[in-house]
Every structure is written in structure tokens, then in C-alpha cells.
Design a protein around this ligand. Structure first.
Ligand code: SF4
Ligand code: FES
Length: 240
């Protein structure tokens, strides 16, 4: 069977001063994803390689890496996409590296919780047995944003975030809009979103939307909230 050369960025704290590339030959199996290639390396060639994955089906969002310069889900990217290779695998750009291909996502998690990504209710609560019924149109208003799997490819592709790690960023803003546009939500996320490091930091490059594997459109979410925020300065009671 033909092999394909896979070059993997290694960074081992206490051992490497900076990341170095290590090459491995991996069988070019037609239905192997890049993640299968990494699992082959880990199982057969080098058990010290570190990376994250879980579901293997584009659902958990944990296997995002930089593959030949592009942020990709490695479980949804096939070895055969790269001809005869080589394939170069690096951690997601813009995040501190903990080890090899594992990045530190604590900063993102703090941003995510700052937008309160849940249904905020104020005042009277319906009993747990009650339904919060919605029409198909009300569901459609936010549905695409609910597809986000927190894979962080959009952050890695965003030139604003890579230059300014304090930028709230595409997924956190898209998820804020997922709740802002939900007819059941009563939360107000204006103070978090209406900031230079939030929606006003976006220069509308649109790379976030291009790389999203779940067809979320964070760029649209951000531009839409700019309109909401601008309207609020003239109509302070308008919240959505
Ligand atoms: S918006 Fe898309 S690219 Fe960004 S974290 Fe969510 S699923 Fe991933
Ligand atoms: S392993 Fe879960 S999205 Fe790739």
C-alpha cells in the first residue's frame, strides 16, 4: 500500500524550546480522515503524540487543527484530498499551545460564558412541565447559529482575533445571537456585544463563515448585531 508523508508539529514542554516538525509515513487508505492518520501514528509509530478528538463524526468540535495552512476538522478531512502529500498538521493558529496539537481554550470558554449562551428568563417562570412553544418561523430565526459545535476554526481563521486575542470573536457572538433571536429568551447582551473588542472590532473579512464546517454564518451574525447596536443608540428600548 502507498504511504503518505505526514509532518506533525511537535511541542513538548520542557523538551522543545519551540515547535519542531516530525515526519511520519502513514498508509494512504481511501476512507481515512486526517484524524485516522494521527491515530495510526499514535497507535503504531509514536505514542507520545498529543491531540484532541472524541466523536469522529463532526459533532464534538474537538479535533480542529491546521491542515496544510487551513483550519479544518481533522475527522472530516480525508488524506486523499492532498494527492501524494506531504500533509502538514499544526495546532489551531491564535491559541497558546499546551503540547503538540493541543491548544489552550480557556480564553474562549471565558468569552463564551460572558455572552450567557443559554435561555435567560426574567420574572415569572413557567412550570417545568410547561412547553415553551415556538412557530417554525421563530425557530428559523436562530436555528443556523444553534449548529455551532465550538470547534474554534472560525477564530483560527479570523485575522482580527489572531492579532487581538481579546476580540470576543465569531463563535461567541454567533452564539449570543442564537439566544438574542430566540423568542423564549429575555436576556440583554448589549453591554458585552457593543464593544470595540466585540462586534465593532470585526472588519468583515468573512473568513469565519468560509471555514465553518457547520455552515454557521458568524460574519452575518456580527454585522446584524452592529445594526441592532446602532439602532439602540436612537431607540434605547429596542433590544433585538
Ligand atoms: S461558528 Fe462554525 S467554525 Fe466557529 S466554532 Fe462554531 S461551528 Fe466552529
Ligand atoms: S472528532 Fe468530534 S468533531 Fe472531529
Amino acid at each position: 500500500m502507498t504511504d503518505i508523508r505526514v509532518e506533525v508539529a511537535r511541542y513538548r514542554p520542557g523538551q522543545d524550546e519551540e515547535p519542531v516538525f516530525q515526519g511520519y509515513d502513514v498508509p494512504l487508505v481511501a476512507d481515512w480522515a486526517v484524524l485516522d492518520g494521527l491515530n495510526y501514528i499514535k497507535d503504531q509509530l509514536d505514542g507520545s503524540l498529543s491531540y484532541r478528538w472524541s466523536c469522529r463524526m463532526g459533532v464534538c468540535g474537538s479535533c480542529g487543527m491546521t491542515v496544510n495552512g487551513e483550519p479544518r476538522l481533522t475527522c472530516g478531512t480525508f488524506l486523499t484530498e492532498f494527492g501524494g502529500g506531504p500533509i502538514r498538521i499544526e495546532p489551531l493558529k491564535g491559541f497558546p499551545v499546551i503540547r503538540d496539537l493541543v491548544v489552550d481554550i480557556d480564553g474562549f470558554l471565558a468569552k463564551l460564558s460572558s455572552v450567557r449562551p443559554w435561555l435567560v428568563r426574567e420574572g415569572e417562570e413557567l412550570p417545568l412541565s410547561a412547553e415553551y412553544a415556538q412557530t417554525p418561523e421563530q425557530l428559523e430565526a436562530y436555528k443556523q447559529y444553534s449548529m455551532c459545535i465550538n470547534c474554534l476554526l472560525c477564530y483560527s481563521a479570523c485575522p482580527v482575533y489572531v492579532l487581538d486575542p481579546d476580540f470576543l470573536g465569531p463563535a461567541a457572538i454567533a452564539l449570543a445571537q442564537r439566544y438574542n433571536l430566540d423568542s423564549r429568551d429575555m436576556g440583554d447582551r448589549f453591554d458585552v456585544l457593543n464593544q470595540e473588542d466585540a462586534v465593532w472590532g470585526c472588519t468583515f473579512v468573512g473568513e469565519c463563515t468560509r471555514v465553518c464546517p457547520k455552515h454557521v454564518d458568524p460574519a452575518e451574525a456580527i454585522q446584524r448585531y452592529k445594526v441592532t447596536a446602532a439602532l439602540r443608540s436612537v431607540l434605547p428600548w429596542s433590544r433585538r
